[in-house]
Design a protein around this ligand. Structure first.
Ligand code: UT7
Length: 328
């Protein structure tokens, strides 16, 4: 990348208090802990309170990240919120957050790339700062998937949770920061993972509500195959662009959708499990929040040292994928 170096200078995360366990789900649909754990690795997930929306969780994560960065909200130049569950159709969740934070001079917009949204947003912000247009940015992945999950559908309701992860980006010394990105999309796979109603194609109506069209639809098997494929191709590509070998990577931070997808990527890369962040057991799939929750949790637990090489990789609706390498 022909840009001035940009890195992460502050991190923060937030998950709502309420925990929904596999045992709780056993009382709601025909499922069981053994099936959920063996097929997905998920044991519990956090669920937003009725009065909490995506911007509320994003705010909590943002305040922590700004505090760690030692940056006042008024000094922010740019806010990007990656989400598929905005507070409302418009204004953007980023604008709602800008007001809550008092980040008066910040430009603000949402970015929609489902579970790849955080990595897409990082790439966008790194280019804004790297080019010199902005001096800093707040990038957040936040989703309230519980609001678009059908809790009578056992195929999907066991998979999702709510949360938010935030990072502050700013220029860093030469040799540090983001080294490469690989973003991609396969729009033909859009119908495999979507939420059909509520937009301009199928506006909300009695029928759309009756037919469950405001809930996530997913063809799990096909998305699984796509995920395993792009986790490895995107990882190879982002390593090649950075000039790193897979052995150079100190910490691998994959999208937390399913432990089996993560394990197959780790096996293919021949990396030991201790080099991989796994928290899908506690939070399930939180879409855009998944990678930042894993990254922030690892950083706060002291798993990343200065100079470590970190690789982020995710996939999701679109279909999309995104990968990044960072020298911490
Ligand atoms: O971030 C967005 C991207 N999304 C993903 O990454 C998800 C990717 N896909 C997956 O993770 C997996 O495909 C799932 C976890 C969704 C499903 O696992 P699978 O091993 O592919 O299972 P399957 O779809 O082949 O279903 C196996 C069986 C089915 O029963 P039959 O038709 O074989 O009798 C399902 O009805 O498991 C049944 N099943 C369940 N049983 C108990 C599906 N959900 C459940 C459940 N509890 N919750």
């Amino acid at each position: 990348m022909n840009l001035r170096p940009v890195g992460i200078v502050g991190t923060g995360m937030y998950v709502p208090e309420k925990v929904l366990t596999n045992a709780d789900l056993e009382k709601m649909v025909e499922t069981n802990d053994e099936w959920i754990v063996s097929r997905t690795g998920i044991r519990e997930r956090h669920i937003a309170a009725p009065e909490q929306a995506t911007s509320d969780m994003a705010y909590e994560a943002a305040v922590r990240a700004l505090d760690k960065a030692g940056l006042a909200a008024e000094e922010l130049d740019l806010i990007i919120v990656a989400t598929i569950t905005p507070d409302m159709a418009f204004p953007s969740t980023a604008c709602i957050l800008q007001e809550k934070l008092g980040a008066k001079k910040a430009a603000a917009f949402d970015l929609s790339a489902a579970c790849s949204g955080f990595v897409y947003s990082l790439a966008t912000a790194v280019n804004f700062i790297g080019s010199g247009m902005y001096g800093n940015a707040l990038v957040i992945g936040a989703d309230t998937l519980s609001r678009i999950t059908d809790y009578t559908d056992r195929n999907t309701c066991v998979l999702f949770g709510d949360g938010a992860g935030a990072v502050v980006l700013a220029p860093v010394p030469e040799g540090r920061g983001f080294k490469s990105f690989d973003l991609g999309a396969e729009g033909a796979g859009g119908p495999l993972l979507n939420l059909e109603a509520g937009g301009s194609r199928l506006p909300a109506s009695e029928d759309t509500v009756k037919n469950g069209k405001h809930f996530i639809y997913m063809n799990g098997r096909e998305v699984f195959k796509f995920a395993v494929r792009v986790m490895s191709t995107a990882t190879d590509e982002v390593l090649r662009k950075a000039g790193f070998s897979k052995e150079d990577i100190d910490l691998f931070v994959p999208h937390q959708a399913n432990i089996r997808i993560i394990q197959s990527a780790m096996q293919r890369l021949n990396l030991p499990e201790e080099k991989c962040v796994i928290n899908v057991d506690k939070y399930a799939n939180t879409s855009a929040a998944s990678i930042p929750l894993a990254l922030v949790e690892a950083a706060e637990a002291g798993r990343i040292k200065e100079g470590d090489k970190v690789l982020l990789v995710g996939f999701g609706g679109g279909l999309t994928w995104g990968a990044a390498t960072i020298v911490w």
